[in-house]
Design a protein around this ligand. Sequence first.
Ligand SMILES: [Zn+2]
Length: 326
Amino acid sequence: MQPADGSFFIADGHCDTVHLFVEKDYHFGCRNTKGHLDLCRLREAGVKLQFFALFIEPEYKPYRSLQRALQLAGRFLGEIAKHQEEIMLIKTAKDLEKCLQGPKIAALMALEGGEPLEGGREIVEVFYRLGLRSVGLTWNQRNGLADGVDVGRAAGGLTQAGKSLVRTLNKLGIIVDAAHLAPRSFYDLLEAAENPVFVSHANAKAVCEHPRNLDDEQLLALRKQGGVVGMSFYPGFIAENRAATLEKLLDHFCHVAEVAGVEILALGSDFDGIEVVLPELPDVTHLPVLVEGLERRGFSCAEIQAILGGNILRLIRSNLLQEEIM
Ligand SMILES: [Zn+2]
């Protein structure tokens, strides 16, 4: 899988860049000083596949979340269409294979917060037709589908509607994302899901005690289910007391590999969704320092390839349908 020129296939499981698409001083097709990524910088970094989250801000919830999701989807699809020579929306496993053969970057449309889908199957189908291929049931709070990590100790799991949505998403070949879920929701999801689950951006709780991170038991359960976790570059998930560094981020990779194996590891940068960045990773073009770090920590070439993109590819292939079904 590793290209002959020695570069790696790189896939990133999470960014919030869609929010920048309407800003006057940001142009997705150009190289920007603002934000953490754009088409030029993705290309420079060698990123071949990028998940783009439609993040529904809390102020839109619950009543305007559907409207907000459609606004963001419109914005995202507009930019993809404008730059279709360089980037391609992946809706099927066939699209993915086709894109991998050519020079275009693969884009996956993701939803962070399931409120817009609470209106029922028809709405899910509309989003499916728009190309939505990954869904996080909630963002930290409680909604009609699941409880998020901010609910705290009293948090429950998935509701009946949540479980039913997971079945629908699986049938449509849409990935279900467990990031932001409270522990009981996480385990409920692993049980309800028929396809491998993605935790698009979270780190290891044993290295940094943060409610958004996964403990060892969760990591093992995820591995058993066939899932994948994208390591986030958000300093708050990497170390307590502002002590986050690249080395500390590498500790997370090493810990997850030790506890649950290299096969669950991936990247979930959270670029453009975080206000603070690691000094060593201020934007996507600095990814080579992470690759060097993984080498330094003793990961083999094949393991690094799995972490940088191979595991996400496996996850997508085991979720997306071969052909569009509507
Ligand atoms: Zn998030």
